[in-house]
Design a protein around this ligand. Structure first.
Ligand SMILES: NC(=O)c1ccc[n+]([C@@H]2O[C@H](COP(=O)([O-])OP(=O)(O)OC[C@H]3O[C@@H](n4cnc5c(N)ncnc54)[C@H](O)[C@@H]3O)[C@@H](O)[C@H]2O)c1
Length: 333
């Protein structure tokens, strides 16, 4: 595939709308053809005149369009196990948002279907395309900090609506999954065991579906290194995200706190504005990951991060969730 890649999008919510805006200009070699959303959202978009592209009735109509070469699956996590295999069966290249599916069993079934179909696949772990995370990985791979011995990863975000969380799979599946992938990406090592704890400090309704809003996952890696992934749905000063990898020679830290390289000095103190939302903090990375996907398709290269990366992340999220519920270490295969 060398010509411009025609895209269809499944879902135009918080994340899908942003992907649509990227495919309408900033991502080169791509063209946004059409999208589909749920019927209620469709009415809303048509009524407000805010649809970014033509809307078709459902995923089948999208898959039937010959001008759609690739799809971005950015529907709720609970629908990925349905939408991804159907896109694969229709022969569309797939860029899917995390998680691959809402259970490990379903994730493996999805991966098997995609592999059998042979369509190109990329999972949306955008931190790998962030300048800070990418540079940290380069330094670690070059041996700049020696042998990796420990990692600390943190993500604190504002809580999405409880209705979204109900089908998200929980804190470890929805939020910490980025730290699990970042831990693998940065260290270059596989996680071999996890022990997790969690608490509810923000939203008591989470007990209804056995979720948490604060969680800490201790990670053990195959090479003996240790790690901690700390996540919460509490970010009073805006999106808060960082990673620190310790090695035998030094450590590498990646964190971007400022929205602007500007400090306000006033009333005996200094303040700076922070990124409020993930779309601000990772705007460049979201563009870069889609650009990498398009470039891979046009050059007939395998996109990355791939199905194995998508699977490892859900296996860690699942193990962390079970560990938190059962109060014990869970080993990963
Ligand atoms: N990579 C990231 O940083 C990041 C950030 C946010 C969300 N996400 C992921 O993106 C996905 C979507 O999250 P969101 O926050 O945008 O959700 P959302 O609830 O805001 O939007 C969901 C969209 O899916 C549509 N939809 C629902 N059912 C559908 C169906 N049957 N067919 C077609 N469309 C349907 C809805 O109409 C809506 O447009 C999730 O997998 C989430 O984990 C990733």
């Amino acid at each position: 595939m060398t010509a411009e890649v025609g895209f269809g999008i499944i879902g135009l919510g918080r994340m899908g709308a942003f992907h649509a805006s990227l495919l309408r200009g900033p991502v080169k070699g791509a063209r946004l053809v059409a999208a589909t959303v749920d019927p209620g959202h469709r009415q809303l978009l048509l009524g407000s005149g805010q649809a970014p592209c033509p809307l078709v009735d459902d995923v089948d109509a999208l898959f039937a369009m010959p001008t759609v070469d690739a799809v971005v699956v950015v529907s709720p996590a609970s629908l990925h196990h349905d939408h991804i295999p159907r896109a694969a069966a229709a022969g569309k290249a797939i860029f899917a948002e995390k998680p691959l599916a809402d259970s490990v069993e379903r994730a493996h079934a999805v991966a098997d279907d995609v592999r059998r179909s042979g369509v190109p696949f990329q999972i949306g772990f955008q931190r790998r395309f962030d300048r800070g995370y990418a540079r940290a990985r380069e330094l670690i791979a070059e041996g700049a900090i020696g042998k990796v011995e420990m990692i600390r990863a943190l993500t604190c975000d504002r809580m999405p609506p409880v209705e979204f969380l109900r089908t998200s799979g929980g804190l470890f599946w929805d939020l910490a999954i980025h730290d699990f992938d970042a831990a693998r990406f940065l260290t270059g090592e596989e996680v071999s065991a996890v022990f997790a704890v969690g608490s509810i400090a923000v939203e008591p309704q989470l007990t209804e579906f056995d979720d948490i809003d604060h969680g800490i996952v201790t990670l053990r890696f195959a090479n003996g290194a240790l790690g901690v992934a700390q996540s919460s749905w509490r970010a009073p000063a805006g999106y808060d995200i960082r990673a620190e990898v310790h090695g035998s020679l030094g450590k590498v830290v990646t964190e971007v706190d400022e929205k602007y390289p500007t400090h306000l000095y006033r009333d005996g103190g200094v303040s700076q504005e922070r990124h409020d939302q993930f779309v601000e903090r990772f705007a460049d990375a979201y563009r870069a990951e889609l650009q990498a996907f398009v470039d891979a398709l046009r050059a007939d290269r395998d996109p990355s991060p791939n199905l194995d990366d998508a699977l490892r992340a859900v296996e860690i999220a699942d193990a962390a969730t079970r560990s938190r519920r059962e109060g014990r270490w869970i080993e990963l295969a």
